[in-house]
Design a protein around this ligand. Structure first.
Ligand code: Z5A
Length: 210
């Protein structure tokens, strides 16, 4: 594929939405044609599935139902948005992707990672992100930042241990896939976080485009 696929990951409230806009501006300034998207969601069907996944009315959702909804939305997202954009040579910047499934459905819910890997292969084949930016903060910092926003969705209602397991799963993936992972200490002031992101994006563009 001609374009590059960058994902931004991290637990609740780490600053993904805030920093994705910053990264987007960096890529635009470097002359890249960029598609910004998110998971679960990114297509009309995916956004409808997102509505089901986040709705606190479905608090008793079975964890394998949740897992399959994540991959159902992802299959549509890949087919309709991500792969066509990359084929056209656009860069795709995605707020969460399959590593969130390993973190939340694997780490958080305790689903066997072998099962997740089988769905990943089914839906994606060997397609993986070119770079994953992991914004990392202690769970209490993320939850306190996110908690200032009002009504809680179905995930936000989870206990702190759920997010601790998710954070640990992300840190483990960063070790395993150190080639594509970059960890950013997102507990630092926003200006410092963004200066680190700027350096990482510049390096990545240099590596790929010289
Ligand atoms: N999920 C899943 O289970 N499995 C999957 O496969 C996928 C997703 C793809 C929705 O995701 C849920 O789906 C998610 C996991 C699950 N639920 N949880 N948790 P989402 O990405 O849409 O939702 P989110 O993680 O809840 O995003 P968020 O809460 O919007 O957080 P954020 O985008 O990372 O943070 P933010 O809105 O940019 O920042 C939060 C606040 O902190 C805001 O007031 C900022 O101004 C402030 N902030 C940001 N950075 C800083 C710094 N550096 N200092 C001080 N304050 C800051």
């Amino acid at each position: 594929m001609k374009g590059k696929f960058i994902t931004v990951e991290g637990i609740e409230g780490v600053g993904k939405s805030t920093n994705i806009e910053f990264i987007h501006q960096q890529l635009l300034a470097a002359g890249k044609d960029v598609v910004v998207t998110r998971e679960p969601g990114g297509t009309p069907l995916g956004e409808a599935i997102r509505g089901l996944l986040l709705d606190p009315a479905y608090t008793g959702m079975d964890s394998t139902c949740e897992l399959q909804l994540m991959f159902a939305a992802r299959a549509q997202h890949l087919a309709q948005v991500i792969w066509p954009a990359l084929d056209r040579g656009q860069w795709v910047l995605c707020d969460r992707f399959t590593d969130a499934t390993y973190a939340y459905q694997g780490g958080g819910r305790g689903i066997d990672t072998g099962i997740i890997a089988r769905l990943e292969d089914l839906v994606q084949g060997d397609f993986r992100p070119d770079m994953t930016l992991l914004l990392d903060v202690p769970v209490e910092v993320g939850l306190s930042r996110a908690g200032k926003r009002g009504e809680l969705d179905r995930f936000e209602q989870e206990q702190v241990e759920f997010f601790e397991r998710g954070r640990q799963a992300y840190l483990d993936m960063a070790q395993t896939y150190h080639g594509r992972y970059r960890i950013i200490d997102a507990s630092r002031p926003l200006t410092e976080v963004q200066s680190q992101l700027q350096s990482l994006i510049s390096l990545f563009m240099h590596d790929y485009t010289g």
